[in-house]
Design a protein around this ligand. Structure first.
Ligand code: SF4
Length: 497
């Protein structure tokens, strides 16, 4: 097996360099949705994407099949900006037997129209559209190999290499071209492929990102990143797509096969529970809201404080603050009011946009803050700029004490598996002690939840979660991507679900 080094521009802690591929590092964190067997699939996709808007706010797209050919529409912006009633009706009018959709966000400079998904391509096997949630750590290495062989790429997304792999002669000659393709991928992927006659849903063997199957009352099958999207379209949860599995939805029903064994030690992203997922979703078998409240209770157990009020940092600190207040017996008050029309700040592509969003985002209620001892609960601190701005605001409104409690450990390491935190040098906790961070933020006390405390709130064994952004222990080495077939499997096992 030949390993090659990850190009400098693909390392998250490396300075970003001008030039090819630098402007769209492949590290989006997205939401996918698909439906097979429903005449108005595009309309359902629209709703499913709307329900998962929190997973990506820079572009959206829907691809549909009429049974013989694919069509698609993508654009920059929120789902409601990319699609209007006419666009959805045009896609529905195709008489869709199947449809897949995608919400995307990217890192700095990668917010390009060409990268909006689903990517739709013609290749030797026909047509395929792809929607990807996650990040491949060997995409740059694979791409380089293809480019050296003369391949042309239309996008700067890591997802496009999957199509080049699928179209390659070696995969096309394999008994299962898609399964063979997936065995070359290293990293996190929850994928939906739309072919004219079917949807294929696949998940990496480590199970980094969620991917679930649902069923509509009329029998149509639905795929989604989060269960909240199933709820919105009226589908019932069937099960997760298992790590290492491909599930096919086609005219004769649902079929499953394995392209790889599930990794003996899964790597479910614990940060989905801490921050990303919708509170109403069930992720990796447990409800997100209940989990976040548990994190808050555990935080109160580990780091109590004497205070007048427990105040959540809106919006994602709210659930943990409820748990903290319940356990500590201190009154829960919403003293910080968010402007709901400003997006999440750390996923905006430029520092300037992030700072502007912070200023727009919050109003303080004077009566609940002036002269009061406050426990402020937030879910995480990434760069620290947003948190510092909020602490400064609270001080300026006369808070007498601020005890900041964070419902996860300090984030000190970049994520290579689909979450764009920041480069290592931009993370406030990298190279700083807790006391340094406390002093920088200007609070009276600061406590983070322990790693053990976080994992004690999860329903699956602690070893089954990825915690690399806190611990630096990566399940796959991002410094050594491979272009060789890396996921070996026992014989493909075909079985009906
Ligand atoms: S490094 Fe952190 S954010 Fe990335 S997959 Fe692991 S737990 Fe999730």
């Amino acid at each position: 097996m030949a390993n090659i080094s990850l190009p400098r521009y693909a390392r998250h802690d490396a300075p970003r360099q001008p030039g090819v591929a630098n402007h769209c590092l492949p590290k989006e964190k997205c939401g996918v949705f698909g439906v097979w067997g429903h005449a108005r699939g595009a309309g359902l996709c629209y709703l499913g994407l709307y329900a998962q808007q929190h997973r990506g706010q820079e572009s959206a797209g829907i691809a549909v099949s009429d049974g013989t050919k694919l069509n698609h529409h993508t654009g920059m912006g929120l789902v409601a900006e990319v699609f209007d009633g006419d666009t959805i009706e045009e896609l529905n009018a195709v008489g869709a037997s199947g449809a897949i959709g995608h919400n995307r966000y990217s890192t700095a400079g990668g917010s390009l129209a060409c990268n909006a998904q689903p990517l739709l391509e013609n290749y030797i096997g026909g047509q395929v559209a792809v929607a990807h949630n996650g990040n491949l750590i060997n995409a740059e290495a694979l791409r380089l190999k293809f480019e050296q062989a003369g391949h042309l790429f239309h996008t700067t997304s890591d997802t496009e290499v999957i199509i080049h792999l699928l179209a390659s002669p070696r995969q096309q000659q394999a008994p299962d071209p898609l399964g063979s393709t997936l065995r070359y991928l290293q990293g996190a992927f929850s994928l939906l492929f739309l072919f004219p006659d079917r949807i294929e849903a696949a998940r990496d063997p480590w199970g980094w990102r969620p991917l679930v199957i649902g069923r509509l009352p009329d029998g149509a099958y639905v795929f989604a990143s989060e269960t909240v999207a199933l709820d919105v379209v009226g589908a019932v949860f069937v099960r997760e797509v298992e790590p290492g599995e491909i599930v096919t939805a086609r005219e004769d029903g649902l079929h499953s096969r394995r392209y790889a064994e599930a990794a003996p030690r899964p790597a479910h992203c614990a940060f989905e529970h801490v921050y990303f997922a919708n509170p109403a979703s069930v992720i990796f078998g447990q409800n997100v809201e209940v989990t976040r409240e548990r994190l808050g209770e555990q935080l109160a157990r580990e780091a109590p404080a004497l205070a007048d009020y427990v105040v959540p940092m809106p919006d994602s600190g709210r659930s943990a603050a409820l748990g903290f207040a319940r356990f500590s017996g201190i009154s829960y008050r919403e003293a910080i009011v968010p402007n709901r029309y400003v997006g999440r700040t750390f996923i905006k592509p430029s520092q300037e946009q992030r700072q502007a969003a912070v200023r727009l985002k919050l109003n303080i209620i004077d009566e609940l803050v002036r002269g009061k001892r406050l426990v402020i609960v937030d879910d995480s601190i990434v760069r620290g700029t947003t948190t510092k701005a909020k602490m400064d605001q609270l001080r300026s409104f006369g808070a007498s004490e601020i005890h900041l409690r964070i419902s996860c450990p300090p984030i000190r390491h970049p994520c290579y598996f689909g979450v764009d935190f920041a480069r290592r040098s931009e993370l406030v906790a990298t190279g700083r002690s807790i006391e340094d961070i406390r002093a920088y933020l200007g609070v009276d006390t600061l406590h983070y939840l322990s790693m053990e405390g976080l994992l004690s709130c999860m329903s699956r064994p602690g070893a089954h979660y990825c915690t690399a952004c806190w611990t630096g222990e990566y399940r796959l080495d991002p410094e050594h991507p491979s272009t060789e077939r890396i996921i070996e499997s026992e014989q493909l096992r075909m079985f009906a679900t």
